[in-house]
Ligand binder design. Sequence first.
Ligand code: ADP
Length: 163
Amino acid sequence: MKIAVYPGSFDPITNGHLDIIERGSRLFDQIIITIAKNSSKKPLFTPAERKKIIERALEDIKLHSPVTVEMFDGLIVDFLKERNARAIIRGLRAVSDFEYEFQMALVNRRLNGDVSTVFLMPHEKYTYLNSSIVKEVASFGGDISYFVPKTVQDEIRKKFDSM
Ligand code: ADP
């Protein structure tokens, strides 16, 4: 059973993340998405909200293996060990992602030699996309329908309306 963990902030999940999950589900027997609770960035959604939003978004895409969502704080290699997983999935959009991802991958491998990081590239139409830009566009009332699924759009609008 090949289990992969896809860690991130997912604040909120975008079409870029979903593209990576879909690709990953073709390669692995199971994917566990882990939401980092204590990210240094100031999040728009709570971890519980992000989890719900991801689960709802997953219902609308075609997956080739089971994908679950959990919250996790701590060393990701410890989580992998606990779940008997050997792979970390990360998305690579541009050269700008490389340095940080390279460092993380090597540190994680140093911490646990059984773990490999697998980099997947999203469809080129999502290479410029991240959660921050989606939030920024949405905060000014811009159209984010190309960046996130309808259900996520609704959640972002609701959040900004309540602020
Ligand atoms: P983190 O805070 O750990 O960077 P993110 O939620 O921003 O968490 O991203 C999680 C992972 O998804 C990272 O590997 C990131 O490179 C990848 N990712 C984010 N946006 C995209 C995208 N548009 N296309 C492909 N991968 C992406």
